[in-house]
Design a protein around this ligand. Structure first.
Ligand code: HEC
Length: 500
C-alpha cells in the first residue's frame, strides 16, 4: 500500500486542459450504484438500491403514520443524505428528527424539490431512482396535514444499517490510498475549488474494481471529483470516434485557449492539429469517481471496470463551502482503490464521454430559451449506462436523444427542471443498446432572461467558460462498447431495446 502525497505541479499543457475540463467539470458518476445491487456488500448505496427496489404502494392510505407509511419513504429516498455526517441539513432517521421540519418537508416534496431529481419522469427508466411517486407525495402531504401521527413503531421497517462515516465501505482494504495535499479553508470566504494533482505512483496499467472517496470535513466539503490523467488505452479505444461537435471550427477556439492565433503556415497548422488531437485523445482527464450527495464511490461487477494507467496522475477537484463559523486547517480528501488482479482486463471498459459544443454556445442577452446542440457518433455498438447534464446559472433544460442510422430518434432523457447547484447522474435501468453509427444528440437550453432568478446578468452576452457566470453545455455519457454479436443477442432478448 502506498500513500503518495506529493503535489505535481501542472505542466503548461495540463493548465490548458484544466481551463477546458476544469473547475466546473461536473460529474456524479453513479453507475456503480446500479452494480451495487448485485454485490453482497453492505454499503450506503447498496442500501439505497435495495430499499429502492421495494415496490411503492399505489394508493394513499386513509390514515398514514410515520412508522408504517413515511419511514419507508424516508429510508428509500432521503436518508442517504439526511443523516448525521451527510450533506442533508438535518436528519430524517427518526420521528423526532423529522418533527421540527414538517412544514418544510411538505413544501419540498410537493414541489419535487426533494429528493433532487430533475427530469421528466415519463421519459426513461432509471435505477436507482429515488424520486417519489405521486402517491408517495400525497401520502406525505396527508400525513403532515393530519398532524403527523407517529403510529406504532412495531409497524416500522427495521432501521437501515448505514455504514460508519470515514470507513472503507466495500468489505476489504484498498490496494492504493492517495491523499490530497492539506488545504486550509477559512471560516468565511467565497466557495473554493482547489484542484490539486498527485502522482499515482502506478508502475503498470491496472483495472479498478472499486474506488471510494473519504472526504475530509463533511461539513465544508460539497463535492470531491476524482480524475485520472494519463495516456490510456481507454483513450485509444475512442480515438477513432468522431468528435462531431468539436471538429472543424473548434480548432479555432482551442487555438484561443492555447493563447494563439490559428497558424497560417500549413506545416505549422498540421503540427498544431496533431497537438490538438493528442490533447483531445491522449490527455483528457478520465473521471474515476466522486463524493457528493450520498455517493462516495463506485464498485464494478465482474467484467467491468475503469482503468488507472501506468504513471497516471490523480486530480482531485474539491468544492469547499466554508461553514461561516470555524476555519478548517489542513483538510484532506483521501481515495482508496481496489484493483482487479494484475493482468485481468475487464471485458467492458466503462468510458465517460463529454458531448459538448464549445463554439456553438452563444447566448444572447435576455434570451429565455437559447438552444445549442452537440453530437457524438458511436463507432461501435454500445450500451449507454448513464447521463449527466452540466450547465451553470443559466442552464434550464438538457435532453439526450439517440439517432440510430436506420431508425427513428429516441429520446432517452429529458432533464426539464435543471437546477445548476445539483450535479446528478441519471443511471439507466437497463442500459439501452445502439448500433454502430448511432448519433448521440445532446440539446441544451439556457435562460438568460431576467425571469431566471439565478441569472447574475441578463444583459450579458454569454459564451463558454469555466466561471459559473460563463456557460457550458456538456452532456456526460457513460457507455461501454459491445461486439456486433452481443448487440444482435441483445436485440433478440429485447427486440425493442433500441427503438422504443
Ligand atoms: C441527494 C441528497 C439528498 C436527498 C436524497 C434528499 N435531500 Fe433533502 N436536502 C439535501 C440538501 C443538500 C439540502 C440543502 C440544500 C438545498 O436545499 O438544496 C436539502 C434540503 C432539504 C429540505 C429543506 C430544508 C430547509 O432548510 O427548509 C427539506 C425539507 C428536505 N431536504 C427534505 C428531504 C426529503 C423529505 C427527502 C426525501 C424524500 C430528501 N430531502 C432527500 C440533500 C438531499
Amino acid at each position: 500500500m502506498r500513500s503518495p502525497e506529493s503535489t505535481v505541479l501542472p505542466s503548461p499543457e495540463i493548465c490548458i486542459r484544466i481551463q477546458i475540463y476544469g473547475r466546473d467539470t461536473p460529474a456524479c458518476y453513479v453507475s456503480g450504484m446500479i452494480r451495487w445491487k448485485s454485490g453482497a456488500l453492505l454499503s450506503a448505496a447498496f442500501m439505497v438500491c435495495a430499499a429502492g427496489s421495494v415496490a411503492a404502494a399505489n394508493v394513499v392510505p386513509a390514515n398514514p403514520t410515520f412508522a408504517k407509511d413515511i419511514l419507508p419513504i424516508f429510508e428509500r429516498s432521503c436518508q442517504s443524505c439526511h443523516r448525521p455526517g451527510q450533506m442533508g441539513p438535518f436528519s430524517l432517521l427518526t420521528y423526532d428528527d423529522a418533527r421540527p421540519w414538517l412544514r418544510s418537508i411538505r413544501s419540498k416534496v410537493e414541489t419535487r424539490y426533494m429528493p433532487p431529481w430533475h427530469l421528466d419522469r415519463t421519459v426513461g427508466e432509471y435505477d436507482p431512482d429515488p424520486s417519489l411517486s405521486d402517491v408517495e407525495i400525497q401520502t406525505i402531504v396527508k400525513w403532515i396535514d393530519n398532524g403527523a401521527p407517529r403510529g406504532d413503531l412495531k409497524d416500522a421497517p427495521p432501521p437501515l444499517q448505514w455504514p460508519a462515516d470515514g470507513t472503507w465501505q466495500f468489505g476489504e482494504q484498498p490496494d492504493l490510498i492517495i491523499r490530497s495535499p492539506k488545504i486550509d479553508v477559512p471560516a468565511q470566504a467565497a466557495d473554493m475549488y482547489p484542484e490539486p494533482e498527485v502522482a499515482s505512483g502506478m508502475t503498470e496499467d491496472r483495472y479498478i474494481k472499486w474506488i471510494q472517496v473519504l472526504p475530509g470535513d463533511t461539513k465544508i466539503t460539497h463535492h470531491v471529483l476524482v480524475f485520472s490523467i494519463g495516456v490510456t488505452p481507454a483513450a485509444d479505444a475512442t480515438s477513432t470516434a468522431s468528435r462531431d461537435t468539436d471538429s472543424g471550427a473548434d480548432i479555432v477556439s482551442l487555438a484561443a485557449l492555447f493563447g494563439r492565433e490559428l497558424p497560417t503556415d500549413s506545416a505549422e497548422l498540421a503540427a498544431f492539429r496533431a497537438q490538438v488531437a493528442q490533447f483531445a485523445h491522449g490527455g483528457v482527464p478520465t473521471m474515476l469517481t466522486e463524493y457528493a450527495r450520498g455517493n462516495d464511490g463506485d464498485i464494478f461487477q465482474s467484467g467491468e471496470g475503469k482503468l488507472l494507467a501506468k504513471d497516471a496522475t490523480i486530480r482531485f477537484q474539491i468544492h469547499y463551502h466554508p461553514n461561516g463559523e470555524r476555519a478548517v486547517i489542513g483538510d484532506q480528501a483521501t481515495i482508496g482503490i481496489k484493483f482487479w488482479p494484475s493482468g485481468y482486463k475487464p471485458k467492458h471498459l466503462i468510458q465517460t464521454r463529454n458531448i459538448q459544443n464549445i463554439s456553438g454556445l452563444a447566448i444572447a442577452p435576455g434570451d429565455s430559451n437559447s438552444r445549442s446542440d452537440a453530437y457524438f457518433t458511436l463507432t461501435e455498438p454500445s450500451r449507454i449506462v448513464s447521463f449527466q447534464p452540466h450547465m451553470h446559472y443559466r442552464g434550464k433544460r438538457m435532453t439526450l436523444e439517440a439517432i440510430p442510422p436506420n431508425g427513428s430518434p429516441q429520446l432517452l432523457t429529458d432533464v426539464n427542471r435543471f437546477v445548476w447547484t445539483w450535479q446528478i447522474t441519471y443511471p439507466y435501468k437497463n442500459p439501452p443498446a445502439f448500433p454502430k453509427g448511432t448519433v448521440l444528440h445532446v440539446t441544451a437550453y439556457h435562460d438568460n432572461s431576467a425571469a431566471n432568478k439565478e441569472n447574475p446578468d441578463p444583459s450579458a452576452f454569454v459564451g463558454w467558460g469555466n466561471r459559473t457566470v460563463d456557460e457550458m453545455n456538456i452532456g456526460w455519457v457513460d457507455y461501454y462498447t459491445i461486439t456486433e454479436e452481443e448487440y444482435a443477442a441483445l436485440q433478440r432478448e429485447q427486440p425493442h431495446a433500441s427503438n422504443e
